[in-house]
Ligand binder design. Sequence first.
Ligand code: ZN
Length: 595
Amino acid sequence: MAYQALYRVWRSQRFDDVVGQKAITQTLKNAITQKKTSHAYLFTGPRGTGKTSAAKIFAKAINCPNSQEGEPCNECEMCQSITAGSQEDVIEIDAASNNGVEEIRFIRDRANYAPTKAAYKVYIIDEVHMLSTGAFNALLKTLEEPKEHVIFILATTEPHKIPLTIISRTQRFDFKRINAQDIVDHLKHILQEIDIAFEEQALYIIARAAEGGMRDALSILDQAISYSDGTITTEHAMQVTGSLTFEMMDQYVGACVNQEVQRALTDLEQILSEGKEARRFLEDLLLYCRDLLMYQQAPQLLSEKSGHLTEAFKALAGQVSPEAIYQMIQILSETQNEVRFTNNATIYLEVATVKLATPSTNQGVSQASGQPAGQLMPEASGQSAHSGQTANAGELHQLQAQVAALQKEVQSLKQNGTANGAEPAAAKPKAKPVKTTFRVPTERVFQVLAEATKQDLLNLKNVWDDVLMAMSVTQRAMLKSSEPVAAGPNSLVIAFEYEIVCQKAMGDEELSLMLSNTISRMIPNYAPTAVYITRESWPAIRQSYVQQNKHQEKPSESFSESEEEMTAPLPSEEEVAVEKAKEFFGEELLTIIDD
Ligand SMILES: [Zn+2]
């Protein structure tokens, strides 16, 4: 049997198994036992927090003849058919792939008939915010005329995209991010069950990276398992999550605290050159500062396992004042806000580093001088009489200049180009949406096509979602807008929506390794190497391969997908721009004003 991802195998089957959502599951159980269920529910919350699991458990519990205290038995035919997804009265719809009006009209018509086997028909509509306006209207009609035997459960990560008219007709439950300790406990339980050894600290690293989502935590764990040889170590967890080693963090923060700007910048450069993602690094830094504060105030709360209590960390905690830490946190959160809107995070990080490692106005310049705040240092004024301060004045000027230069750079980035996702350096001529600095690895693609088969491609596509889920969060982010377009016994071609991501992938050996590794876990004895191209270059390259091999026997469809894809109209410039903006800003931050 094909490999099954942990998050599938360990999906909760009872309300009591849903981690971290006690208030919600208790309320649902009560509603079922007291027979006071609603006609429509809205489950909102971040991904991987248990929304669809809870929906399925609800569908079972309300239909299970042996239901006890609001929990399903999971043994009877009804429960098992719902678990397997074969119960015709419990209908799961993924709005991300069916956003059509027809679909919802169909539901509406069918909802008029009584359930055939179950007591209640339950419609679970996942990612409901993806429905089209027409579909929402059709759904609204259905919700306006509730039927005795029909229950709707709408699930979404983005409730703000759902019309208020719909929301007002549902009973809403907000699923919370799951706290790290709950995630750790659950991972521990699973590892004990499947008999895999682990270092406890590794689980805390995984929990942190998962940011409150159990499904992400399980995917990361999956990956850590495949990295490890029997025991999941802190090292594995850090590799998989892209966390920094504690020593590197200690060193960098130490340089900042000791106001060694040069060293801090060098450390930063090294950290980033080792492939650490800027946003991730900022998060790690914030957590580090929080831990410093916690350790100062309540060391017992930072147990040895959860924190990185190195000697250097303890020394830092003893050295730096809480006020200074607050200030660092402020600088870091401001930076975090800024990098959300740019793809030049490095520069912001450099600015932040200089700020962090520069003596602050309020502390450095003491009350004695009584000069206006906001100035770094006066020129050689009366203050020079003060102890060692003069020695620093020159250095401070230099730093001021450095900050000014960096800020100017940031300013110009803000003005030019970042908003439409252009690359930093290019003082680009007015928007052609696509430029081609990208060189298509034609030879290598041809080699793949020479051995490609439709079956290999189909097999691969079948497991592609699971492959992505098993990759690290950053790798998944990279591959998110890509898909396999051709595959043979030893190799495959992956097409990327964005050139910049494609280029990044080409230079990422770890990604390639991880990819073929993961695929081999899903499809036994199959570990193809990947060739990356842009989606845009695919039709032409396929065409030219077909041209070249016209006179040979192999028919052109043997390796590719449907023909219509080739002739499908290219997206308009506007669509491309919107897509790019979404890619860089994240959908939730982007409002498109239609005019
Ligand atoms: Zn049952």
